[in-house]
Write a protein that binds this ligand. Structure first.
Ligand code: NAD
Length: 492
């Protein structure tokens, strides 16, 4: 740990020495009005750096730069874009340790997950790089006296707005397909964890990305974020964040008829039937709520368990939760690090108080911990004897808090699983294949894993139903969002 802390200090020095700047038209620039804001580490609440505080005027400059760069970037042969994006992936791999260490200190996420997330960022670039040459290809559709040719073209300059939980990986997930499609970008990262967005754009510049193709404006949602969603030159907004922010963005983008893609919140169920492999299910349930501090859109924050095995299963989960290592994010043994910010920590602790007052029982956890550095540490928490009507079962807590609810039979399990506003993911544990087909068909979730934790395969669609999102990422679905499909009909 000491060695890692010393290494991290080395990587973080540059952010202490000088302001973290925006990037517009290929140049690192301060905010036009010279203002900055501070980012603090959730480990010890000490400042990590001062960040350029962009606002509407900075967004306007960035949008103009993205517009100027668009025609040349869109016209560049896909093979060439592919090479450039692979170069970005190479550079991410070369700097993966630096990215992971900075991410840990800026977000509080544990190194064991952030080192993988940095590499996943490179994989995202490679995946979409390889698809860049075919992104424009369409179909031929014949009709009597007519041959129709469909083709796709990039939609134009786009805005990408990302959240604080795993900022590096999520930024690559949105930006790589946009670049592969031929769009130019203005990126507005989350104000709580802006550091790795700076590293990422420097990597892209060094890899040779032309000026203005990718611009970065730091700032808050209500100023820079809002201005980006309202800008007439920005044709679409790829957004990852809270459901209520998605609603705001839809309103803000209405006047300019913005195309939107939303990856929003979740209150995802893990449903455990008595016939499941309970040992594996318990490991997976623990992993899916306590990895990434529970600050994960796909986390399984509701545990629905068949009555006959409810006590046994929740006891297994509580035992495992008690053994989870909570600690410094740079400790290789740590699973749960400090939560992102004191404001968020207060929200999570308030939900724990709400759960108690609603009558749920705390089987383990339920308290703030005095972790290394004195930051925002909260114990992995399991509520038992909860009902689905409780706020802890309905609202996204976005922390290491799991709510366990018993069910009688399949019908009740499905009713409970679907009885929330959200519909991002579901995790089903049963050895009955027929039931698995029946159940997943009716489950209101964009993605379901059967007898598995969340394992991503990049060509598959990623996204949610209900209040969890609009649109899909992954494979060709990403290109559908960042491109316009045109039909040209030839008379024969
Ligand atoms: P948030 O909605 O508060 O902020 C996300 C981003 O939106 C930030 O960059 C913020 O500055 C910006 N923003 C805020 N108000 C805005 C406005 N009016 N106009 C434009 N931009 C605005 O979300 P958060 O707290 O940073 O992240 C946590 C949320 O993200 C959780 O709800 C989580 O489930 C969700 N999330 C979803 C996915 C997914 O794939 N579905 C992935 C990760 C996180």
């Amino acid at each position: 740990l000491e060695e890692n802390i010393a290494k991290a200090a080395g990587y973080l020095n540059r952010f202490r020495d000088r302001d973290v700047l925006n990037q517009i038209g290929g140049e690192a620039v301060p905010a036009l009005d010279g203002e900055t804001f501070e980012t603090v580490s959730p480990v010890d609440l000490k400042p990590l750096g001062r960040i350029a505080h962009g606002k509407a005027a900075d967004i306007n400059r960035a949008a103009k730069a993205a517009k100027t760069a668009f025609s040349a970037w869109a016209a560049m042969p896909g093979e060439q874009r592919k090479k450039l994006l692979h170069r970005i992936a190479d550079a991410i791999e070369a700097r993966a340790e630096e990215i992971a260490f900075v991410e840990c200190m800026d977000t509080g996420q544990a190194l064991r997950f952030m080192s993988k997330a940095a590499l996943r960022g490179a994989e995202n670039f490679r995946f979409f790089a390889d698809r860049a040459p075919e992104a424009r290809d369409g179909k031929t559709l014949r009709a009597p006296g007519q041959v129709n040719m469909t083709t796709r073209v990039p939609i134009g300059p786009v805005g990408v707005i990302t959240p604080w939980n795993t900022p590096f990986m999520l930024s690559t997930w949105k930006i790589a397909p946009a670049l592969a499609a031929g769009c130019t970008i203005v990126h507005k990262p989350a104000e709580f964890s802006p550091l790795t967005a700076r590293l990422l754009i420097e990597i892209a510049k060094e890899a040779g990305l032309p000026e203005g193709v990718w611009n970065l404006v730091n700032g808050f949602g209500e100023d820079a974020g809002k201005a980006l969603t309202e800008h007439p030159d920005i044709k679409a907004i790829g957004f990852v964040g809270e459901s209520r922010t998605g609603s705001l963005i839809m309103k803000q983008g209405a006047d300019t008829l913005k195309r939107v893609h939303f990856e929003l919140g979740g209150k995802n169920p893990v449903i455990v039937f008595a016939d499941a492999d309970l040992d594996r299910a318990a490991d997976a349930a623990v992993f899916m709520i306590f990895s990434l501090n529970g600050e994960r859109c796909t986390s399984s924050s509701r545990l629905l368990v068949e009555e006959g095995v409810y006590d046994r299963f929740t006891t297994m989960v509580a035992e495992k939760a008690k053994r989870i290592k909570v600690g410094h994010p740079l400790d290789p043994e740590t699973v749960v690090g400090p939560l992102i910010h004191p404001i968020h920590e207060a929200k999570v602790l308030e939900y724990i108080a709400i759960g108690r007052s609603e009558g749920a029982e705390v089987a383990t956890g339920g308290e703030k911990l005095a972790g290394p550095g004195g930051g925002c540490y909260v114990a992995p928490t399991l509520f038992t004897r909860a009902t689905n009507a409780m706020r802890i079962a309905q609202e996204e807590i976005f922390g290491p808090v799991l709510t366990a609810i018993p069910f009688k039979d399949e019908d009740e399990a499905l009713t409970l699983a679907n009885d929330v506003r959200y519909g991002l993911t579901g995790y089903l544990w049963t050895s009955d294949v027929t039931r698995a087909f029946r159940f997943t068909d009716q489950l209101e979730a964009g993605m379901t894993w059967v007898n598995s934790e969340n394992v991503r395969h990049l060509p598959t669609p990623f996204g949610g139903v209900k209040n969890s999102g609009i649109g899909r990422d992954g494979g060709d679905w990403s290109f559908d969002f960042y491109m316009e499909t045109k039909n040209i009909a030839f008379a024969t």
